[in-house]
Design a protein around this ligand. Sequence first.
Ligand SMILES: Nc1nc2c(c(=O)[nH]1)N[C@H]1C(S)=C(S)[C@@H](COP(=O)(O)O)O[C@H]1N2
Ligand SMILES: [Mo]
Length: 199
Amino acid sequence: MPDDNPKKIKSPDIDRPDRLPPGQVETDEWPIFSFRGTPEINLDTWQLRIFGLVEREKSWNWEELRKLPVTDVHSDWHCVTTWSKLGLIWTGVLVKDLLKDIKIKPEAKAVMLHSYDGYTTNLLIGDFLDDDVLFAWGVDGADFKPEQGWPLRLVVPKLYAWKSGKWVNGIEFIAEDKPGYWESHGYHIRGNPWEEERH
Ligand SMILES: Nc1nc2c(c(=O)[nH]1)N[C@H]1C(S)=C(S)[C@@H](COP(=O)(O)O)O[C@H]1N2
Ligand SMILES: [Mo]
């Protein structure tokens, strides 16, 4: 059954007196950045797989994913190309809820996120497991458009938007942090907008 009564949380950055990080400009647009266009995805065969340094690998199909508890996350979002969007409401499943029954091996230090278009991005395990990080299917009351990452994208409010992988299909726990796609093309390994960790 779909969950009609989502939990509601907010990201800590929402309480900052000045919500625009240095060098950012607010926009009302939704600019699209895809390194290789929008992949075609069929919900009947869609899968999200967790693998690498976990006790047991697991995958979810779309129906299974939508049975998990739903949360609305109120947060801001910053792109390294200097646009920011303030006050978005993302809807989806918190990483904490998704991983409730997953045992991560103690030697795991980072996550490599994989996507249907071949994109990858890396996250430190602490950044990935933070309270406001979610796998989302919609924003501001509407499901994503295909180019926004439909059916499912990661959202990491406290890091630049390139860490929020669209069209996700894999979560790989790894022993050492290592660069994903943009990180190996000159972007910063972590990408904290408040420290201007751009390149
Ligand atoms: N799978 C995938 N995820 C991705 C990208 C991509 O090319 N492929 N681009 C990243 C970049 S560089 C940015 S800025 C944001 C943009 O999200 P948007 O197109 O919804 O604005 O998605 C990130 N996630
Ligand atoms: Mo980007």
